[in-house]
Write a protein that binds this ligand. Sequence first.
Ligand SMILES: O=C(O)CCC(=O)C(=O)O
Ligand SMILES: [Fe+2]
Length: 213
Amino acid sequence: MSAKSANTATPAEVKTAVEGFRLWPGAFDAAAQADLVAEVFARLDQAPLYRPTTPGGRPFSVRMSNFGPLGWVSDHGGYRYQATHPETKRPWPQIPQVLLDLWAATVGWPAPPDACLVNLYREGAKMGLHQDRDEADLGAPVLSVSLGDTAMFRIGAAEGGRTTTLKLESGDVCALTGPARLARHGIDRVLEGSSRLIPDGGRLNLTLRCAGA
Ligand SMILES: O=C(O)CCC(=O)C(=O)O
Ligand SMILES: [Fe+2]
């Protein structure tokens, strides 16, 4: 299915080496990317980016916030979803409509997402290989939008074994579905300065999930 709602000239889904890992390169055109970045930063005024820590107490290199009824957080209490920002204690802002439309146009899951994690990568930030498994229903897909600097994304099967690396560029959309829902994945590095989309530079990643029951 095309991601027409993302304001594009019918982006095509491309085949990848990992079954269930779906990729729509250039799903957002330049104008749609700029609109989305503006919408995201306006919402971040209400829910500022912050640097979470791992349950063991190490700060993430990525700065984070969330939109939607539930937001992913991490601290000494573990990984979980909660309805409020850990620092401001306020509810997260709403998920932008364009992202809800994108979800409906791509992954075809009957329920809308209730969580949108916002990741900002700057100054060498990266994300180690991991699985997304803090959601109540691990059958629901995970959909992610890349904006700004290009990322080197690594992905491999849930069980382990060899991994594949591919570039995620600004405007690309990808999804972990079906057999790839629990795929191990991470961001090895971000190619600093490869895009001028984000004010003050960097890479923004928006990840939509069905987190609650
Ligand atoms: O930044 C990305 O593209 C991946 C982010 C991710 O895997 C996560 O937040 O769980
Ligand atoms: Fe992830």
